[in-house]
Design a protein around this ligand. Structure first.
Ligand SMILES: NC(=O)c1ccc[n+]([C@@H]2O[C@H](COP(=O)([O-])OP(=O)(O)OC[C@H]3O[C@@H](n4cnc5c(N)ncnc54)[C@H](OP(=O)(O)O)[C@@H]3O)[C@@H](O)[C@H]2O)c1
Length: 327
């Protein structure tokens, strides 16, 4: 699979990576054997980048990745984790002392001395603008606890602030056919600065697969049930912040644009991959089959101009008025 580089920190990632929130919690139950099968299917298909977080299943996602990689020390996988959401997201919690404790826990969970990439996990805006926070992150690099750091953000403004920091290796942001605002300023700024872009929620929490109807029921312990209106965390993280009924209808129109030989989900991933400035896209998968199919999107031919225009028109007409100004 095509590999793209992290210019500031060195190293590289497969253009399609794997999101592993699903292997923790918040998406209904995933059995351990299925979780390991997802990781294996992704690696077998050429994925070299796993995204996780200390909070996914309160460490389960990290520990599952560690168990998987322990058996495959030469797999060549870069593991990006995140920190900061196991406590209240208030500026006073983002201290060097806490960073050391949080990274110690992730090092133990992942079974490594040095973490490949640690991302602040959607911190509040003042944290992204704090010199002290970035000094502390630089200290973690100097102490060789982490090889590099990045910031996972909610808004384009936060992304631009993070990109302006000289030590930021990567910015993780929602980017998909229903979330186009990062194309305007964030992706060009990141490309100019050499900051890697990790595109998350590329399927709008599965909507862009075109599989859901207005009657689809999600499990009670799935955030697509309990966070539809932002009750538990930022609304933008569930269905990309698009209200469900609108999203289902727009997803049906999106599905009709899929080229022959590509599923709607693969088309959605291909769309992200070909946006200039994207380093890796990290779809979440709940089965080995999904992981495999997502990885295959990397080999699809680029979407032609007329399809790109139709996707843009769909966004402008049905989605833009509802989300564009929010994130
Ligand atoms: N704050 C943050 O930093 C943050 C927030 C959100 C996500 N993330 C990261 O980004 C990753 C991706 O985002 P996400 O998982 O929220 O959303 P996503 O990738 O847009 O959607 C994942 C869902 O799409 C469906 N899906 C996946 N592959 C499919 C396929 N081939 N065909 C049909 N349906 C498919 C599955 O739904 P079903 O479950 O219905 O099968 C899956 O649970 C996460 O795993 C996590 O690593 C980070």
């Amino acid at each position: 699979m095509e590999q793209r580089t992290f210019d500031r920190s060195g190293g590289s990632a497969s253009v399609v990576g794997l999101g592993t929130w699903q292997l923790g919690a918040d998406w209904g139950t995933v059995r351990e054997a299925d979780a390991l099968a997802v990781l294996d299917a992704a690696r077998e298909a050429g994925v070299t980048f796993f995204d996780t977080a200390d909070v996914y299943g309160d460490g389960r996602s990290e520990r599952t990745i560690a168990a998987y990689l322990r058996e495959r020390p030469d797999a060549g996988i870069t593991v990006a984790t995140k920190m900061g959401r196991r406590v209240a997201q208030v500026p006073e919690n983002y201290t060097l002392g806490n960073f050391r404790a949080w990274t110690d826990r992730s090092r133990e969970n992942l079974g490594v001395d040095r973490l490949d990439l640690v991302q602040l996990h959607c911190p509040p805006t003042p944290v992204v603008a704090s010199d002290a926070v970035f000094d502390a992150l630089d200290t973690l690099v100097a102490e060789e606890r982490i090889a590099a750091y990045g910031v996972s953000v909610e808004t384009c403004e936060q992304a631009l602030t993070a990109i302006a920091r000289p030590g930021t290796a990567s910015v993780q942001i929602i980017l998909n056919a229903f979330r186009m605002k990062p194309l305007e300023r964030v992706l060009p700024a990141a490309a100019e600065a050499g900051v890697a872009i990790i595109a998350r929620v590329p399927l709008a929490s599965g909507l862009l697969s075109g599989r859901y109807t207005k009657d689809t029921a999600f499990a009670a312990d799935d955030h697509r049930t309990y966070n539809r209106h932002g009750e538990a965390f930022d609304q933008g993280e569930t269905f990309s912040g698009v209200d469900y009924a609108t999203g289902v209808e727009a997803a049906a129109a999106f599905s009709a644009l899929a080229p022959e030989g590509a599923t709607p989900a693969q088309t959605a991933l291909r769309w992200v991959v070909q946006q200039p400035g994207v380093t890796t896209v990290i779809p979440g998968a709940r089965s080995a089959e999904q992981a495999r199919s997502n990885a295959e999107a990397a080999a699809l031919p680029p979407l032609p101009e007329e399809t790109l225009e139709a996707v843009r028109a769909l966004y402008d007409e049905r989605i833009r008025p509802r989300v564009h100004d929010r994130w």
